[in-house]
Write a protein of this length. Sequence first.
Length: 205
Amino acid sequence: MPDTRSAVHAVRTAYGARAQEYTELLGAMESMSLSDVAAINGWARHVDGAILDAGCGPGHWTKHLRDRGADVVGVDMVQEFVESARARFAGVPFSVGRLEALPVETDALTGLLAWYSVIHSPPSIAAEILTEFARCLRPGGSLLLGFFTGLRFEPFDHAVATAYFWPVDAMARLLRSSGFDVVDVQTREDPGVRPHAAITAEFRG
């Protein structure tokens, strides 16, 4: 498995180089799946308190939740994404931070959205990230985690940087070992699109 620091740096560099292109292609709600919108809206309705959009990328989900009345902040490790999001969405708070070392106080959050933000992380790094998510959430806090799923854990050639398919059972086990109880699992297979899974989990505390 790759060293955490070098792996994170490689992903950050790859996204930084293509941040403008990525934002133009996927940085607006109009480009999002209606199923994803429904899933995130449904989750956010049940979160009463501070939400972190962890790995917010271009910031469109943060803006969307903010427009729906959520107390939400976006964080991403890619400086270019954060600068663009601040320029595009005035008044919405964004900051630079790594998933495994979030700029958030312990027990500060009621909800944490990690929508495709751990897809580039092998198990050792994903475990570190989920432990950090647990630190930031108060007991009973809710995590919504979106990722690509498959029959086995394996890498694939993502357009920006190597990403991974995760079996739902493997991700659920990792969540449980990080202090979460799995509340809901949704999977989706659309023609021409990689299989997707979304897990809602509650931090045990």
